[in-house]
Design a binder for this molecule. Structure first.
Ligand SMILES: Nc1ncnc2c1ncn2[C@@H]1O[C@H](COP(=O)(O)OP(=O)(O)OP(=O)(O)O)[C@@H](O)[C@H]1O
Ligand SMILES: C[C@H](N)[C@H](N)CCCCCC(=O)O
Ligand SMILES: [Mg+2]
Length: 227
């Protein structure tokens, strides 16, 4: 069963929320889901995982994989690995990330890998999130918002995926802020990109398993995701 790299049009577009919802829904279908966030950045949590994203994803997938495996590198400043590693004079651990991904793939049926920022977030000078997806040899899922302006961001992201020859399994609209009506946005994005929109996720008030499973089963074409 294929793993997926959940990328997005930007930071804060909802990759974590969408990946968590997918993890719960696939787990409830009996799939042994693993999660990974190769690189994370920001203010480290005082307890548990440094990255809040990893805490959310591990809870959603109900896995006990160690932090060192699921999040090989955490940068304690809110920036790309390229910027943070220059500032902190440390090297991004790309080979560790790829080794860990292989290890996780042996432990679970599939891995949901969450990116960081957008597709062209630099990890080092000539190596971006897009390069990492290529090296992981897995298809992408693009999370986009419904905000006015999302069409430009989504088209650029799809074009760069095509340039890097990264397969796109589908686009997921994260409709948590007011913007375009989602049926119109779905129609326009599919027409403009030729990529299937797998569905649209509304504002999520309750991140419980029951709530996420209900919302994602109702709003997403999971069959197309897994085909
Ligand atoms: N569907 C949603 N319902 C409610 N709030 C949402 C939703 N999606 C995103 N948010 C809000 O937006 C914030 C950013 O979302 P999220 O952390 O998923 O972004 P991200 O793309 O994972 O960012 P990063 O690049 O830092 O990993 C969340 O903390 C939450 O407050
Ligand atoms: C700290 C933030 N929430 C993300 N995790 C990192 C976003 C990197 C963005 C790089 C860029 O400016 O494009
Ligand atoms: Mg995130």
């Amino acid at each position: 069963m294929d793993s997926f790299f959940i990328t997005g049009t930007d930071t804060d577009v909802g990759k974590t929320y969408v990946t968590a919802g997918l993890a719960v829904t696939l787990r409830k279908m009996g799939i042994d889901v693993g999660v990974m966030k190769p690189f994370a950045a920001g203010t480290a949590q005082k307890k548990g995982f440094k990255s809040e994203d990893i805490e959310i994803l591990s809870n959603a997938a109900q896995v006990n994989d160690p932090e060192s495996l699921v999040n090989p590198q955490f940068f304690p400043i809110p920036a790309s690995p390229y910027t943070a590693s220059k500032k902190l004079k440390i090297k991004p651990k790309i080979s560790t990330v790829l080794t860990n991904f292989k290890k996780l793939s042996k432990l679970h049926d599939l891995i949901l890998v969450e990116g960081m920022g957008g597709l062209m977030t630099p990890i080092q000078k000539n190596y971006h999130i897009a390069s990492l997806i290529k090296d992981m040899k897995i298809p992408s899922v693009i999370v986009t918002s419904s905000r006015i302006g999302t069409i430009n961001h989504t088209l650029m992201t799809c074009m760069m995926c095509k340039k890097y020859k990264i397969p796109i399994q589908g686009i997921i609209i994260n409709d948590f802020e007011n913007g375009y009506p989602t049926p119109q946005l779905k129609r326009d994005l599919e027409d403009l990109t030729g990529v299937k929109v797998l569905g649209s996720i509304p504002f999520i008030k309750d991140m419980s398993d029951t709530s996420l499973n209900r919302i994602f089963k109702k709003n997403l074409d999971i069959k197309s995701l897994l085909k």
